[in-house]
Design a protein around this ligand. Structure first.
Ligand SMILES: [Fe+2]
Length: 144
């Protein structure tokens, strides 16, 4: 599956678009690690863990900024949007735990987990941007 940023994902809110692009870059980095080390993922577990952690931390800080922007602009569906962010954050944390607690001898499970994470992340983020983020777009008049 290819994870790449497309111009159609633009909200035209520069701060948001820049962060979304960074999220795609972080996903691409994890995807490249996965494909480059298929068959020897266990050996590369520390760089995989690092990439997952970075993605998790960046996602959380991005969500907070996005929520602040929606709040400042009185976006009416903020609570619902936050709920989606929270569910996604839980999912990433769950994945992170799985990768962090991974035993040092099970290549097949690690492969399966990473494949699952990458598919889930890519699909979720694109859908979320195209549906939920596009929905707040007309409400945003200023970004501090
Ligand atoms: Fe969002």
């Amino acid at each position: 599956m290819s994870i790449e940023w497309k111009d159609s994902y633009k909200t035209n809110i520069i701060e948001v678009d820049t962060q979304h692009q960074r999220l795609f870059t972080l996903m691409e980095e994890l995807d490249s690690l996965y494909h480059a080390h298929k068959g020897s993922l266990i050996k590369n577990l520390s760089s995989i863990r690092k990439a997952v952690s970075e993605l998790e931390q960046y996602t959380i800080s991005h969500f907070l900024i996005e929520e602040r922007i929606m709040e400042e602009n009185n976006y009416p569906d903020l609570e619902n949007h936050k709920l989606q962010h929270d569910k996604f954050t839980d999912k990433i944390l769950e994945f992170k735990e799985k990768i962090n607690n991974h035993t040092e001898n099970d290549e097949a499970t690690l492969d399966e987990n990473l494949d699952h994470i990458l598919k889930f992340l890519g699909t979720w983020l694109t859908n979320h941007i195209m549906i939920k983020d596009m929905d707040y777009k007309p409400y945003i008049k200023h970004v501090l």
